[in-house]
Ligand binder design. Sequence first.
Ligand SMILES: [Mg+2]
Length: 379
Amino acid sequence: MSFTADSLAQSCGPVRFESIELRRVSIAMTEPFRISSGVVSTKDAILARVQEKSGAFGWGESSSMPGGFYSSETPDSCQAELAGKIAPAVCSREFANMAALERFLLDLNASRFSTVAIESAAWEMMARRRGVSLRDLLGVPDRRIASGLAVGLQDTVGALLQTLVKWNVWDYKRVKIKIKQGHDVALVTAVREMLPGFPLFVDANADYSIRHLDVFKELDRFGMLMFEQPFAGHDLEGLAELQRHVRTPVCIDESAESAAQVKRAIEMGACRIVNIKLQRVGGFLEALRIIEVCRQHGIPVWMGTMPELGIGSAHALALASHTQFAYPTDVEPSSRWYHDDLLTPAIELTSGCIKPPTAGYSVDPEKLERYTTWRETIG
Ligand SMILES: [Mg+2]
């Protein structure tokens, strides 16, 4: 890339939304998603469709998980924030460029899980105004994107192995399994036996601390790609201490809230890999800054997912073919998590990779109506 994130943001403008349409959509999941406060079987997301006077429009998705599984935000809180605070504040206001829009959104003191819907929609609108793809606007090359299977916590080791078979793990470029205290070494041992040599890693979603160093020393024997977020997001010192004791690279996810935080983590030795999620960092601009910080420090990154529905997934894919992305993405085919989705064509896996269509994905209007459970238009 010959531009920095900030010069790109300054060159894209002006930005003015004549209308913002918000919708909540609800789609049944193919399998229950196990979370700390229970189990969810439907995916709810808040969608934003922004439009300018020229007719150019863009879609964005706010896709937090319910129940505080990953963050304190929920679909209810993001819906309330987008409808009550963010959309009324930005609609019909003129921003000189994308940088000014971002500054305004930051000053609202709203959650990034909410503002991402507006930020990403605005980038899509800018791309449409210029008649280019979002990927081209962001300066990202057109490459096939390797995809990895991610599997949540299961009741037993047998159930985990069955899930890997059910989703045909061999169709993917790697697999990641969730672990938590008391459910770790035995799981990895069983998966390793089933898949010797297959690229594998674990995601602990911050369930451990340095008190569990011995667990990670044991896990270090399995030659895994990484340990994703072993300790709490704020515990960079603990993560750095862990990294000093294990060969397996530590990857941050929940810790990687901003480019400044990622820089701090890298400089402390708290990570050797970074998982980037558009939802967590509030959109493309901060994600591009994180990519730059990682490139400067020689740290590889990869594209994570909540998982989002189609619009959020398409946005993740627009960035995921960036050359700094060195590991397969968590974005999976549309049919993996959801019985249906809003995109046409659906996201498909071919030889372990996703190749977004040249003309891009679009939103199916009939499906959009079918899955909408709430809507509100501002402007
Ligand atoms: Mg994670």
